[in-house]
Write a protein of this length. Structure first.
Length: 105
């Protein structure tokens, strides 16, 4: 058998370097401001800043906001339902990653 060679690549994740205001996030994901405010209240999104005018959202928030909007529209989920669904999806992703790591040994 051939030995497995692994190559590690380092670099910044572009999403982590994006910082959007509340208005920019709403425009980027086509969501109403009231929805984004509700998602922040429910813990779906975690902005940096003291007030909505000062909030800055990272690139991951854009992905989560788009997914939250789809869940809200497609499944007609309210903000607490969106929060629960995203928590469950995050848990599934974490479990899959653990299984993949365990199988790679």
């Amino acid at each position: 058998m051939n030995p497995i060679t692994m190559t590690f690549i380092q670099g910044p994740v572009v999403e982590e370097q994006v910082h959007l205001t509340l208005v920019e996030l709403c425009q980027a994901c086509s969501a109403e401001e009231e929805h984004v405010l509700a998602w922040v209240f429910e813990g779906v999104l975690e902005p940096v800043g003291q007030s909505p005018q000062d909030w800055r959202f990272g690139g991951d928030s854009l992905r989560r906001a788009r997914l939250a909007l789809r869940l809200s529209r497609d499944l007609e989920l309210n903000p607490p339902g969106v929060a629960l669904a995203l928590d469950l999806l995050d848990e599934i992703a974490a479990l899959r990653a653990r299984l993949q790591r365990a199988g790679a040994r």
